[in-house]
Design a protein around this ligand. Structure first.
Ligand SMILES: [Zn+2]
Length: 74
């Protein structure tokens, strides 16, 4: 059983894909979504613009965190 906790999903009547983390979309418009999630495809024109912006910020934060971990190890 794959246990993917984040990715793009199409909730209910939404025509756009939103990026979900722990069942809540990054743009905060959609919550409690437990449908299928797709990783990657971040540049799809069907993606919610607010979610794309939040996802970009999230990735920067994660990269900083990883860089810090590497520094801490050395
Ligand atoms: Zn969204």
């Amino acid at each position: 059983m794959a246990d993917i906790k984040e990715g793009w999903g199409f909730p209910g009547t939404s025509k756009k894909a939103h990026y979900f983390v722990d069942s809540m979309s990054l743009c905060r418009k959609w919550g409690f979504y437990y449908g299928s999630l797709e990783q990657g495809n971040d540049d799809s024109p069907d993606n919610c613009a607010a979610c794309i912006r939040e996802l970009a910020k999230r990735k920067v934060k994660q990269r900083r965190q990883n860089a810090k971990e590497v520094l801490d190890e050395s």
